[in-house]
Design a protein around this ligand. Structure first.
Ligand SMILES: Cc1cc2nc3c(=O)[nH]c(=O)nc-3n(C[C@H](O)[C@H](O)[C@H](O)COP(=O)(O)O)c2cc1C
Length: 353
């Protein structure tokens, strides 16, 4: 794999933090970016209806830091004029790329003509893309699923139409809307898109190990790979993947570093959000982060019953101290955790999970 360009924006390495509502906010993106190996980060999906009506939450979701560049804002909606207005707002705040969501399966989003609902309305999607293209000068990209249902797979046609509209990068999550998050992503369909268009195509779905990602890349020849849930369990996954691309032994963080990254995240959360929100975020990441680690299941129980940020910090310190002793002395008293389950993710209620 080698870096690729979205117009003149270098995606180097060709690895992208996949947008996740309720997860890839300003705080989480910087945490990941600082671990290295990420070529592009994307906002959570942002409602253009909220954005263009001055909803403070939608505006906050567009906030980013210079250290995140290149940075893409992802918007969703079903009405061309509103989508174009939202796109203009993203350009005004300085986003490098505007991404359109054509994959969200949440009933509320689909009912309003947005997300994966647009897969059933290619004409409407075309109007949206053309209207946005007329309104912004930054590159326009599209994130799609393979079709609405197994009997209506149309991602290749959508990709060709998008290319005609001036879209400059297509990101394909290899599942249908109907599939939700069940089963596995179908990378053969991603390959078909790569073969059908001349603009860069990136693939997405179930990459939680370097081996799996490299294998999917070899089979499909995609320009880039997006990783979502895998980054919550392993914030170093991009750095490790990039090490493999460049022929190095993948980096392995030690227990102390894992602890300090969690603490860094907690520090950022406490500074940047109200205590109650920070608490939820800390539980979310610590819960995902310790999946598969020794004693992880026990630790998560303690964590979910913690009622303050200070209590969480004490629990983290105790847990990692036990882990460190276990690592040093091969402590047999620490229980093995279940292997990480990629399906389980409590963060995306709004996203239709
Ligand atoms: C909690 C959660 C929230 C998500 N939110 C978004 C979103 O806002 N926009 C989007 O395009 N995809 C969203 N997705 C889909 C992911 O970007 C990605 O396509 C999907 O999880 C498959 O990739 P993965 O197997 O690497 O996680 C979300 C997924 C999860 C798990």
């Amino acid at each position: 794999m080698k870096p690729f360009k979205i117009r003149d924006i270098e995606i180097d390495p060709p690895l992208i933090l996949s947008p996740m509502a309720g997860v890839t906010d300003y705080t989480f993106r910087r945490l990941i970016k600082r671990r290295g190996g990420v070529g592009l980060v994307v906002s959570e999906f942002i409602s253009v209806e909220g954005l263009t009506r001055g909803n403070p939450k939608s505006k906050r979701q567009m906030h980013f830091d210079e250290e995140e560049r290149p940075f893409a804002v992802q918007i969703f909606g079903g009405r061309p004029e509103r989508m174009a207005m939202g796109a203009e707002m993203a350009e005004e705040v300085g986003a490098d790329i505007l991404d359109v969501n054509c994959g969200c399966p949440a009933p509320k989003v689909v009912r309003n003509g947005g997300g994966s609902g647009l897969l059933r309305e290619p004409k409407q999607l075309e109007l949206i893309l053309r209207e946005i293209k007329r309104s912004i000068s930054i590159p326009l990209t599209l994130k799609v699923r393979t079709g609405y249902s197994e009997s209506t797979i149309n991602v290749v046609d959508i990709a060709k139409m998008a290319e005609q509209c001036g879209v400059e990068h297509i990101q394909v999550h290899g599942r249908t809307r109907e599939q939700g998050y069940k089963g596995l992503a179908n990378w053969d369909r991603i390959r078909e898109v790569k073969e059908a268009v001349s603009i860069p195509v990136s693939g997405n779905g179930d990459v939680t190990s370097i081996e799996y990602g490299m294998q999917r890349w070899r089979e499909t020849g995609v320009d880039g790979i997006l990783i979502g849930r895998g980054a919550m369990q392993n914030p170093w996954i991009f750095r490790q993947f990039n090490d493999a691309i460049e022929g190095r032994e993948p980096y392995q963080p030690g227990v102390e570093e894992k602890k300090s990254v969690l603490l860094e995240f907690f520090g950022m959360c406490r500074e940047e959000m109200p205590e109650i929100v920070a608490l939820g975020k800390m539980k979310q990441l610590a819960g995902q982060f310790t999946k598969g680690l020794p004693g992880g299941a026990q630790f998560r129980q303690t964590l979910y019953h913690s009622h303050s940020a200070d209590e969480i910090l004490v629990n983290i310190t105790t847990y990692f101290e036990t882990l460190r002793r276990g690592e040093m002395f091969g402590d047999g008293r620490i229980e093995k955790d279940e292997p990480p389950q990629i399906e389980s993710c409590s963060a995306g209620a709004f996203y239709g999970l």
